[in-house]
Design a protein around this ligand. Structure first.
Ligand code: AMP
Ligand code: ZN
Ligand code: FE
Ligand code: FE
Length: 272
């Protein structure tokens, strides 16, 4: 049975609306889906409503992806089985989305001074978690870059002239928010940290429940390493495609990267 525990929608920086994502899951025989938008559970809540109106739909579990900072490293944390109405979590996510809007203004101003004129309409933080991919898309539409990847590589990545840091949580804080909302915390795409010692350090120091062993950033060798580390630290094994619907970094189509229920069932079937 195919599942996908890491996907993004238009509620954050994905291209697919929650409805399109559910339909794409149906088309690709993905029977269980976690929508893990950056800093919001709104896409998940919308999908729950839409599901009611569909004759066939994947099973959904609640999810969120939170960005945290450890020194120079950007550490992403996935929360599953969270109570999507938990006040402390909802309030913090709203605050983080507000900070994203402020940062967007700063980025737009900064790159305008560098000669890139784009417009992204201001929106209410309750409707989206805006990020650099939105800026990248606007730059591509205006013809400044050939694709989102190039916009990141030349302008938006850390160290490039259009980079603007985002106020970030500590991993401890994010894990605590997830736990207090009844969920489990999974360290996302460890291969992207490009530092196995940092991964070990984080797993030792922070109360993670799981590790995202299966992710497009991990080749077969890396997968084996993460699987072994998950055993060593007694962690649940998770996996997902990190689908955004954007070409480049992650699979452009849902279903291209396959994750099996058997390999991730401890996360899926977790009960408090
Ligand atoms: P932000 O949340 O605004 O910092 O943007 C982070 C998001 O941008 C990530 O979740 C990815 O979806 C995307 N992203 C980050 N780095 C790159 C990159 N080098 N190329 C393309 N997309 C990227
Ligand atoms: Zn993203
Ligand atoms: Fe991530
Ligand atoms: Fe992601």
């Amino acid at each position: 049975m195919l599942v996908d525990l890491h996907t993004h929608t238009t509620s954050s920086d994905g291209i697919y609306t929650p409805r399109c994502l559910l339909e794409a899951a149906n088309l690709n025989n993905i029977e269980l889906l976690a929508i893990t938008d950056h800093d919001t559970v709104n896409g998940y809540l919308e999908a729950l409503d839409i599901q009611e109106t569909m004759t066939r739909s994947p099973r959904l579990i609640s999810g969120v992806e939170m960005g945290t900072q450890v020194g120079e490293a950007s550490v992403h944390i996935l929360g599953y089985h969270i109570d999507a109405n938990n006040k402390a979590l909802i309030d913090k996510l709203y605050e983080l989305r507000n900070a994203r809007e402020t940062r967007l203004e700063k980025i737009i101003k900064k790159i305008r001074d560098l000669g890139y004129a784009i417009e992204i309409p201001q929106k209410d933080s309750s409707t989206r978690a805006v990020g650099r991919p939105h800026v990248a898309k606007a730059l591509v539409e205006k013809g400044y870059f050939k694709d989102v990847q190039e916009a990141f590589d030349k302008l938006l990545k850390r160290g490039k002239p259009g980079y603007e840091p985002q106020p970030k949580l500590s991993p401890e804080e994010a894990v605590k928010l997830i736990h207090n909302a009844g969920g489990i915390a999974v360290l996302a795409h460890p291969s992207e940290l490009e530092n196995i010692n940092l991964v070990r350090y984080l797993l030792q120091k922070i109360a993670f429940d799981g590790l995202e062993v299966y992710h497009p950033s991990a080749d077969e060798f890396a997968q084996k390493t993460w699987l072994q580390i998950s055993k060593e630290f007694n962690l649940m094994v998770s996996g997902g495609s990190d689908f955004h619907g954007v070409s480049g970094r992650f699979p452009e189509k849902l279903g291209l990267y396959k994750v099996l229920y058997e390999n991730t069932k401890n996360v899926i079937e977790y009960k408090k």
